[in-house]
Design a protein around this ligand. Structure first.
Ligand SMILES: [Fe+2]
Length: 374
């Protein structure tokens, strides 16, 4: 859908009514809206991009698309994780095509330009002529790979295209505050679930995670967490919900279901962390591919003092796989519903259970507003 989006798009969303309306369907189905998000939201904030344990060895590279731009993550010579634009400086070919190890050099397959693991351009064979790699007006130093700001918090890699976006510590602070004395750096990854492409807009997966209202209906066979024990969390850029259960409730939870005190927290725009007492974490990576498609991954973490057998880990993977598929069905049907003209008014949001969803949508709306035509 190619269209011009003007400020009237958000009129209903901005109206001071009760209950509040959600974002209009266009915000979920329009590629133009997705382009606004790429330019005004993802290119201007810390964006969750990957897991450090996925690139554990020097020379490991991992390509992905963030804010509509091809980038790659790499573990460099001195064991640091870095991010670069995934583009050869010669003819702008995509340099890294798949997750792999490139050894000590990254070589462009087109004309064999090569870069070291810190992005420095080292070789440009024959560029200046038959036996010359240089020519007038061209030097290696000024033509290295272009870096992108990159920070790692425990296993989680965040990148930022905008050097004015502020320190990562400020960005992480509200989530760290919510975690209290639960030290997430003590948890180790034990499994990754790759869901591939989910046929819905990235916002629907985020919104679904931060509201507890659906849990009793969508997850009635996979969870034992009553609605009345939940509460919404709106703490700066940390949005989500939490549920506190008594020892008795935990003891009486259905077998094989999730029935523990939990927090479902996010950092806007796309970092997702679930905590499950006493010893489990889950982190989702949602990567928007286009308006109607999101790639999703989940990594399961266990506290380093806990011992889980291979079977217990497999059981956890099976449980989380089922829970996510239940959510995906809702996300995909929400996406279809947004193609209806009826979705122009954005539906309505619960003033009690969906305040985190509303706040999430306000952050999206406010980010893209400068790109709307007046
Ligand atoms: Fe859910």
């Amino acid at each position: 859908m190619n269209q011009i989006l003007n400020t009237a798009l958000l009129d209903e969303f901005d109206r001071d009514n009760v209950p509040k309306h959600g974002l209009p369907g266009t915000a979920y189905v329009s590629d133009t809206f997705k382009q606004l998000e790429d330019e005004y939201l993802f290119a201007k904030s810390w964006t969750f991009s990957g897991f450090a344990h996925q690139i554990s060895k020097v020379g490991d590279v991992h390509p992905l698309t963030i804010a509509g731009q091809p980038i790659f993550l790499i573990r460099s010579e001195n064991n640091e994780i870095k991010a670069f634009h995934n583009v050869c400086r010669h003819r702008n070919l995509q340099l890294v095509a798949k997750t792999s190890n490139c050894g000590r050099m990254l070589r462009c397959p087109y004309h064999s330009w090569s870069y070291d693991l810190d992005g420095n351009l080292k070789n440009t064979p024959f560029f200046g002529g038959e036996a010359k790699q240089l020519c007038e007006g061209f030097n290696l130093k000024e033509n290295g790979l272009l870096p992108i700001d990159c920070e790692v918090w425990h296993d989680w890699i965040f990148i930022n295209f905008d050097s004015n976006a502020g320190p990562i510590e400020d960005f992480l602070k509200p989530l760290k505050t919510m975690m209290g004395d639960n030290d997430v750096t003590q948890y180790q990854p034990v499994a990754m679930i790759e869901f591939g492409e989910v046929a819905c807009n990235w916002k629907l997966l985020m919104e679904n995670f931060i509201e507890p209202y659906h849990v009793q209906f969508v997850h009635k066979t996979t969870t034992s967490q009553p609605l009345e024990d939940h509460y919404a969390v709106v703490e700066g850029n940390c949005l989500g919900s939490a549920v506190d259960l008594s020892e008795e409730q935990v003891a009486n939870a259905g077998e094989g279901t999730l029935g523990v005190t939990s927090q479902y927290l996010t950092l806007f725009p796309n970092f997702v962390m679930g905590t499950y007492q006493p010893d489990q974490l889950g982190v989702h990576l949602n990567i928007p591919m286009n308006a109607g498609t999101t790639r999703q991954f989940r990594v399961i973490y266990i506290h380093k003092n806990s011992k889980y057998s291979a079977q217990q880990i497999q059981d956890l993977k099976n449980l989380w796989h089922s829970v996510h598929l239940e959510d995906h069905e809702m996300g995909e049907r929400l996406q279809i519903g947004r193609q209806s003209h009826l979705a122009a008014s954005g539906g309505v949001l619960s003033p009690y259970w969906e305040i985190s969803v509303r706040k999430f949508q306000e952050l999206v709306a406010n980010a893209i507003r400068p790109g709307l035509i007046k």
